[in-house]
Design a protein around this ligand. Structure first.
Ligand SMILES: C[S@@+](CC[C@H](N)C(=O)[O-])C[C@H]1O[C@@H](n2cnc3c(N)ncnc32)[C@H](O)[C@@H]1O
Ligand code: SF4
Length: 466
């Protein structure tokens, strides 16, 4: 029996000295607001080379002719049931609105493909390789045939992608849908199980029960996709360590390749955020998250899974499912983001406005010009999340040495025990995983929350300062 009141380091004697120091530091850095005024600008300066705010505004967008490879993303913003904690752009399914979305998404693909063909004919360059296609939502399979049609169109317009990855909801993946996905070329699945406790699923407003989720995963595993990930959320309101332990044991027994575990995060603009107020949900108790993370690590390791990102654990030699492994990518659909290396841009979040804008114009709402240093910072942010900073990858992308650009920061982090130099890369240590999560929480609030909440309020914002 696990005791949730005690520390993660020594269950019999309580917290050790190191844990006390670490918790005090946590409270100071993240709980004491004035401390933010000091460390946040310093960290920003160290990573991006500037103290200046980032300003996103309307503008023209394009795909640079020199790109050799990039990923594709398609956002399907419809769900049959809207979960109150969900921060993603999605609306309740409506057949007429879905039809407008589907038509517009095909038009957006055509427009962008034509723009790229024109730019390649001017530059005389080669068509870039499509590394992967990621289908996210919302619930991408809300109308499976429509999804298959969009996947085929994207492959036709930009070239066959490497892996095709899709997010699945346990209630929207019957056998017919799974066979259709296989036939459409989908290779990797991620299933939003969230918990296997009916009590907690009800509490967080999910529309499925545990038996439906387990059955969905078993049926998917039996079909032999290249990789299957299961999402679990933890630090759910009133969730005990024993309940999390039960979730982990049952999910791991299903024979999946990867388990991703996210502490539930309260974006202030979500239904939960508005109902409960920012102060109560923004910051889950640090110590509880540590204990839960410790438990997750132990259970995954006992089942032979290794940590492959801050919150993900993978079976050896299996393919990692990740929405953030592509450095350059082009997004389609309402709220989809794109990163081309010289620009980061987002489409309008409004499904109606997205459909009305097309086919006359691309539905891009806001653009951020990206300079070299900012692009490096973007790379660093996501590679830290993946816990591995490859030197060759950095050199390949930027033509410079990782140590020449970030040597000072990496030496400092290595001295603090957060990173370690390994062959060909820097590895983020397991101890640092918790701190990465804490810093990313703050950045989610500063950047993602600010951008997404304003884009949800206004379809075409005149400017957003981050
Ligand atoms: C787009 S959803 C998954 C696909 C599908 N819509 C579903 O809900 O099953 C992606 C994942 O993000 C995670 N997630 C969603 N909202 C979250 C929140 N507020 N905090 C932490 N994780 C969250 C969940 O684990 C979820 O499975
Ligand atoms: S968590 Fe998934 S099913 Fe729930 S509203 Fe968000 S995208 Fe839709």
């Amino acid at each position: 029996m696990l005791d949730g009141r005690r520390g993660v380091c020594d269950r019999d004697k309580g917290l050790c000295c190191r844990c006390h120091v670490s918790i005090a530091l946590d409270d100071l850095l993240f709980g004491f607001r004035p401390a933010h005024w000091v460390w946040k600008p310093l960290l920003k300066r160290l990573v991006t080379g500037s103290f200046d705010p980032l300003v996103m505004a309307p503008g023209e967008t394009g795909v640079p002719a020199g790109l050799q490879r990039f990923g594709l993303y398609l956002h399907v913003p419809f769900c049959r049931n809207l979960c109150p904690y969900c921060p993603y752009q999605r609306v309740e399914f409506d057949a007429a609105l879905f039809d407008r979305y589907e038509t517009a998404a095909h038009q957006e693909i055509d427009l962008r493909a034509r723009q790229m063909a024109e730019s390649l004919s001017v530059s005389g360059g080669e068509r870039p390789r499509i590394t992967s296609l990621y289908l996210g939502g919302g619930t991408p399979t809300v109308v499976p045939q429509a999804l298959a049609g969009l996947v085929a169109h994207l492959a036709d317009a930009f070239g066959r992608p490497g892996d095709v990855c899709v997010e699945l909801h346990p209630s929207a993946m019957d056998d017919e849908c799974l066979h259709l996905l296989r036939a459409a070329g989908v290779t990797m699945l991620s299933i939003g199980v969230e918990s296997l406790s009916d009590r907690l699923l009800g509490l967080i407003g999910r529309s499925h029960d545990a038996a439906t989720a387990e059955d969905a995963v078993r049926r998917a595993v039996a079909l032999g996709f290249d990789s299957i990930n299961v999402d679990l959320m933890f630090a759910l309101p009133t969730q005990t360590l024993d309940e999390l332990d039960d979730d982990l044991g049952r999910a791991l027994a299903l024979g999946v390749d990867q388990v991703s575990t996210y502490p539930i995060f309260g974006f202030p603009y979500t239904e939960w955020g508005r109902r409960l107020g920012q102060a109560r949900i923004v910051r889950p108790q640090g110590n509880l998250i540590r204990k839960m993370l410790d438990l997750i690590r132990r259970r995954c390791r006992e089942h032979g899974l290794e940590q492959c990102a801050v919150w993900s654990f993978l079976r050896p030699r299996r393919k990692k499912f990740s929405s953030i492994t592509r450095h350059h990518y082009l997004g389609f659909g309402p709220s989809a983001a794109s990163m081309t290396g010289s620009q980061f841009f987002v489409n309008t979040f409004s499904v109606q406005e997205y459909a009305s804008a097309l086919p006359e114009k691309l539905p891009v709402a806001l653009v951020l010009p990206v300079d070299r240093r900012l692009e490096m910072a973007y790379w660093l942010y996501w590679r830290v999340y993946e816990m591995k900073l490859g030197r060759a990858d950095f050199r390949d992308l930027f033509g410079e040495e990782l140590d020449a650009v970030y040597g000072r920061l990496l030496r400092l982090l290595t001295r603090m025990g957060m990173t370690e130099r390994a062959s060909g890369c820097y590895r983020v240590t397991e101890d640092a995983a918790y701190w990465v999560h804490r810093v990313q929480n703050e950045y989610s609030l500063n950047y993602i929350n600010r951008l997404w909440s304003q884009c949800r309020q206004v379809a075409w914002p005149s400017e957003v300062t981050l």
